[in-house]
Design a protein around this ligand. Structure first.
Ligand code: G4P
Ligand code: NA
Ligand code: NA
Length: 193
């Protein structure tokens, strides 16, 4: 997605350790106009897939997921990272290991929001090692739902996430793909859409 790539070139900052800071338009302050276009692009790519739910994980996956869901005219569900006080009903849960933080956390979605008739589009802002997306896929599969694909705003192609998801038989569609963040420069490769 050309507009997203230009925006990363203009406003993205490379931190050491292979991290891209995009807090002025994705991960902290959010640009609604850009997010709406991102959501619309995901919706366009998956328009023939019969999507019934869009699933993401809090926090920064919510903005693109919500616009995709709006465009597809289906609900958006965000997995929670902490147990909510009011989540007393049955939960789908899976553990997510963060290589970055070196901790395992539990993510969950109420069982009542996903079932075996659902066709799910998973959305997230970043794909790095793929552990968050893998956790979301596991939640969907526990519910018997079909995962039609994973839509990613920014893929760090020099990490293993995409391969991990493709090895699980999952279609991955990334709107920006970053080949390298070496020497403080963002090098892109051809995106999926
Ligand atoms: P993984 O799910 O791909 O395995 O991700 P990893 O553990 O490596 O990353 C942990 C968190 O850092 C995730 O957010 C992920 O989206 C984010 N992240 C990974 N690489 C980058 C990067 O280069 N730049 C930025 N800005 N974020 C990155 P989180 O903390 O779980 O979620 P959220 O609450 O911030 O949405
Ligand atoms: Na995220
Ligand atoms: Na994030």
């Amino acid at each position: 997605m050309e507009e997203l790539v230009s925006r990363i070139q203009k406003d993205g900052n490379v931190l050491g350790e292979g991290v891209l800071k995009v807090d002025s338009f994705v991960t902290h302050q959010v640009d609604p106009e850009l997010m709406e276009k991102i959501g619309a692009r995901f919706a366009e790519v998956f328009t023939e897939s019969g999507i019934t739910k869009v699933v993401t994980i809090e926090a920064s996956g919510i903005a693109p997921a919500l616009y995709a869901a709006k465009q597809l005219d289906v609900p958006m569900i965000f997995a929670r990272k902490a147990k909510s006080l009011t989540m007393d009903e049955e939960l789908l849960t899976s553990s997510v290991y963060s290589f970055t933080k070196q901790v395992t956390s539990t993510i969950s979605i109420s069982r009542k929001f996903l079932n075996n008739e659902d066709k799910v589009l998973i959305i997230d802002d970043f794909l790095a090692n793929g552990q968050a997306a893998k956790g979301l896929i596991e939640l969907c599969r526990q519910a018997g739902a079909q995962v039609e694909g994973v839509g990613i705003v920014i893929e760090k192609s020099f990490q293993d996430g995409r391969q991990l998801l493709e090895d699980m038989g999952i279609r991955v569609v990334s709107l920006a793909r970053i080949a390298s963040l070496a020497d403080g420069e963002v090098a892109f490769r051809e995106a999926d859409a």
